[in-house]
Write a protein that binds this ligand. Sequence first.
Ligand SMILES: [Ca+2]
Length: 336
Amino acid sequence: MTEKFDLLVIHLREIREVTEMTGSVVEFASTESAYLEMPPIYLNRGVVFKSVGKCSVSLVEVTRDTRLTQDTVKMKRLVGYCGLILAFLLSCTEQAQEQRKAVFSQGTDCTQIKVRSPKASSGVYVIKPPGVKTPFKVYCEMRPDGGWMVFQRRIGEAVSFNRKWAAYKNGFGNLTGDHWLGLKRIFFLTKQKTKKWTMRVDLWDHEGGSAFAEYTNFKLGNEKAAFKLHVGKYRGTAGDAIRGAYPGIDQNGYGFSTSDRDNDGCSPCIFGDIAEMKCSSRRSGGWWYSRCGSASLNGDWHPGGDHIGWASGLYWQTWKTPLYSVKATRMMIKSV
Ligand SMILES: [Ca+2]
């Protein structure tokens, strides 16, 4: 059996060797990858999927507004063309099709993968939550208490978190290092009515210490609701900074804010002699700021020795002062 795809269009500076592919993603020898979906055609970089067998690939170079007339290819008008555009006509063997099914069934989330394979190790997996069209890669932290899907990690300054709404919505960074998985994906996972989710925050300081906070019944609202944060009961050693170090700054129930999307409840907020309109301006990264609140883990990362005194740092005010920027953070969820 030959499976035919209509068309794949990607932006590349040069032709790369195709190393892996799935039904919807092709991975190249470099870090680029591209989604294949009809319609629409859309592009992605830095998200890679596991190999699902060998596929024959024939390259067809096309230019803007060119229409291919081959019977298996329908060229859509290319909008926003820049750089070299290549079209790949792909066909896979039946064997590849079988392998693809195997890869696609890695699970609906990290928790399910861990239940199915109790010895599974931490690492990058492909998941496909119900109702999500395109599977995506996530980092699963496999622990004795379950498989957790990491949606935020800070370990250094390799990736800037000073980004706008679209980036926080769609995700950025490297799954095995600093990254933000994307509000859209977290929303799709946690909106499932058949499951509840526990969210865990891990924090590490510069002196070798660590602390955690766990919340039951974690979920996000949709984009219209600004991905509103919802958490249930707290337990942990870091304190409940989501609800705040003092009354009136509860982040539970608050929408997400970025420098270009203000849902922080300050218009302005008065802190001593400072009137603040946008919590994200001093704290840089996006967060569920609630009158700025007392947790902020998407600000600027600061190295040890230079980690005290920043309003822009990574802080969890029920554990350390807001002027103490922690060394590393991790946020993750598991289904229960
Ligand atoms: Ca505001």
